[in-house]
Write a new protein. Structure first.
Length: 328
């Protein structure tokens, strides 16, 4: 039944986009801060416990709620609960307005406005970027955001839901990414930084959790784009650094739409108003430049098509698997 929960959540998000300021995400930020304040001692084993408490406890709570609803109220209520969880963890509208606003500014020839919007979105210094580099960074940030808000969530939700674990995978994936980014951000902007031990644990576990979804996303882009070029770019990136999940996604994207991605990342520009929640935050996407055409405005439309074709492909596959289970 996970397929129906995914479809309903995506439709609900399109009809009523999630506000950046909402009590659920605010509560999770407060939860992450409380865990860090009370359990970050600077030791590796305490870092592991703090990460487990911050990420796995909410995941288990989501799972427990799923089972309680099944036992006492039935499957329709459990599916409704899955839709609610996915609404807060899955969706394009949590980041797509940034992409749209920057694209519109570039199409109007307002490069200064585009730089300002990019800087506000990712909390980076974009003041000196030429138009070509603005487009490149928008493509990179948007593709990685689509992966983390859509494809990665779909992967873990579908995998664990098939094992009877309900929405646990969606919560685990999004919180794992969030605490890694949020603790790094807090360490750079507050007087009491997050310890290196805790950051190292969060970063390592996030890489493990994102390993499979990153490759599934890259494979999806290859299938719906230029397959041979995407696979060649993926192979080249893996040879350079097989540990770079983001790099593999960007390499596959570059090959799929024949655009040059990768290169120098933008410097963080944390300011008083920079409070990234579950929806945003700077993404480290610095990799060696991939071969291809220089980024142009037309590539932004190509990226939109690539992402949506990939979504449709995975939804069709999930629908076929659901149908097979129902008929079996």
């Amino acid at each position: 039944m996970s397929f129906f929960a995914i479809v309903f959540a995506l439709l609900l998000e399109q009809v009523r986009p999630l506000s950046p300021v909402n009590p659920v995400h605010a509560g999770l930020r407060a939860w992450s801060r409380w865990v860090r304040s009370n359990f970050d001692t600077g030791r590796a084993h305490h870092g592991g416990f703090a990460w487990s408490l911050a990420v796995m406890l909410p995941s288990v709570v989501a799972l427990a709620m799923h089972w309680v609803l099944i036992v006492f109220m039935g499957w329709p209520f459990a599916i409704a609960w899955n839709v609610v969880v996915l609404y807060f963890t899955l969706g394009f509208r949590q980041f797509s307005h940034h992409f749209t606003d920057i694209r519109d500014a570039l199409e109007l020839g307002d490069e200064d406005r585009a730089r300002q919007l990019l800087a506000q979105w990712q909390q980076v210094d974009a003041s000196d970027l030429p138009k070509r580099e603005i487009v490149r960074h928008v493509i990179e940030y948007s593709v990685l955001a689509a992966h983390r808000h859509v494809f990665g969530v779909l992967c873990w939700f579908s995998l664990l839901a098939s094992l009877g674990l309900g929405p646990m995978g969606a919560v685990m994936y999004r919180l794992s990414e969030f605490v890694t980014r949020y603790w790094k951000y807090k360490s750079a902007t507050v007087q009491q930084p997050v310890s290196q031990a805790l950051q190292a644990v969060a970063t390592r576990v996030w890489w493990i959790i994102d390993w499979l979804p990153a490759r599934i996303t890259a494979l999806g882009f290859a299938v719906v784009g230029s397959f041979e070029d995407a696979i060649d770019a993926w192979r080249s990136q893996a040879q350079r650094d097989a540990q770079d999940n983001d790099g593999i996604i960007l390499a596959a994207t570059a090959g799929a739409i024949n655009v040059r991605l990768g290169g120098e990342i933008l410097k963080p520009a944390f300011g008083p108003g920079a409070i990234p929640g579950l929806q945003g935050g700077a993404i480290e996407s610095g990799t060696e430049s991939a071969p291809g055409r220089d980024p142009e405005l037309a590539h932004l439309r190509s990226v939109v098509g690539l992402v949506w074709r990939s979504v449709v492909m995975w939804l069709v596959l999930l629908a076929l698997l659901t149908l097979a289970r129902l008929l079996g």
